[in-house]
Every structure is written in C-alpha cells, then in structure tokens.
Design a protein. Sequence first.
Length: 85
Amino acid sequence: MNECGYYSKVNHERRRKKLVGIRRVISDGIFQALICDLIVLPEYQGRGIGGVMLTQLLLHCEYEEIVMVQLAYIDNCLCPILNIS
C-alpha cells in the first residue's frame, strides 16, 4: 500500500468538489489488509458509490499482491447498543 502500511482515500462529488465518501485501510504491505472504514454520506447512499470505492480498494490490494483482505463490520442494529451513531 505504502511504506507505513496505511492507505486512505476520499471520494468527491465531481461537480461541487464535495466530500461524499471515505475509506481507510491498514496493511502490512506484504500479506494482509484490514478495511477499517468505508463511509458514504447518507444523501449519496444507494448510488453505487460505496461499491465503486470497495472495488477500487480491492483492485489496489490485488495490484499490491495483498492476498488477505479483511473487513471490520458493525451492523446498524448494534449502533444504539454500542452507543455509536
């Protein structure tokens, strides 16, 4: 990914240059990567932006020959229980 093993990417709406999504990955740069965040603003969800972001991320991992990619996931149902928004 890069020398420090941290990769972050943001997606902008092209017309207004507005931040609409972000993704964050931690990797050892050799074998594995952990997708920590993939977030799209609610008003932009359902447009395939998150899918494109994930696809680009997985292609980047493949290009870097990262063979194990893990996804950290919290179900929206658990958010109120864990007191996260």
